[in-house]
Design a protein around this ligand. Structure first.
Ligand SMILES: C[S@@+](CC[C@H](N)C(=O)[O-])C[C@H]1O[C@@H](n2cnc3c(N)ncnc32)[C@H](O)[C@@H]1O
Length: 223
């Protein structure tokens, strides 16, 4: 059983025709284990990595921010530090256990809702910025365009989008090792396709960068 399957309580994910199980569609249900693993995997760089996502989304005091697939709320809390208490930071995730954890750990101006990224109960243009980290590869491929269009609806004109996801190792052997630990979807993460999908949703892509040790992000503006 891969680490990804353990984080999802030994279920979740899809089985493709080859019999390989991936974690697309899987929900994280073990928040403490997830936090412990994330701390180790980022090699001491988790805070600085997530703060770069917050900076790329140009999040500042008073901003209204949406975090899709927020999990335990780590990025939500980094964003909330940047908005301060005059801001509003909303995290959504379909997994009840991670949302319960995020609610316990986060400041008052963070709100959390148990829902998928395809249907967020907020009005059009409700947010200055939308962010997402390590979540897109969990969303089944057929739903990714729907989630990106929902983010487009929710960000105000002139607002920002930053999506960060896992960057599989370029070295083939390292890729197989990481895939064995984490699961099929992370081994085959289509990060290269992300700028095209974001543009198709209506955003203007403004930049992309690697976040060491193992993520990339794409930044965009809503025209
Ligand atoms: C690897 S975790 C990342 C959590 C957090 N964003 C972080 O950076 O630590 C991926 C999250 O995506 C969530 N997820 C799965 N399907 C989703 C969907 N359709 N919409 C939104 N989030 C989803 C999972 O429940 C899980 O909490």
């Amino acid at each position: 059983m891969s680490l990804a399957q353990k984080l999802m309580g030994g279920h979740g994910g899809h089985t493709d025709p080859s019999g390989a199980t991936d974690d697309a569609g899987g929900l994280i249900v073990r928040p403490r284990l997830y936090e412990g693993c994330a701390g180790l995997c980022f090699l001491g760089r988790r805070k600085s990595t997530y703060d770069r996502i917050v900076a790329a989304a140009k999040i500042g005091p008073g901003d209204r921010v949406l975090d899709i697939g927020c999990g335990t709320g780590y990025l939500t809390r980094r964003a909330a530090l940047a908005t301060g208490p005059t801001g509003r930071v909303v995290g959504v995730d379909p997994s009840e256990p991670v949302i319960a954890y995020a609610r316990r750990e986060s400041p008052q101006w963070c709100e959390f809702h148990v829902t998928g990224g395809d249907q967020v109960d907020e009005p059009d243009g409700a947010f200055d910025a939308a962010v997402s980290s390590l979540a897109l590869h969990h969303i089944p491929p057929a739903d990714r365009a729907i989630v990106l269009r929902e983010m487009f609806r929710l960000v105000r004109p002139g607002g920002r989008l930053v999506i960060a996801d896992f960057r599989p190792p370029r070295n083939r052997l390292a890729g197989h090792l990481v895939g064995g630990m984490t699961g099929h979807a992370m081994q085959h993460n289509p990060i290269e396709e992300l700028p095209g999908w974001i543009a198709e949703a209506g955003f203007t892509v403004t930049g992309r960068a690697d976040l060491r040790p193992m993520m990339s992000y794409v930044a965009a503006d809503r025209p």
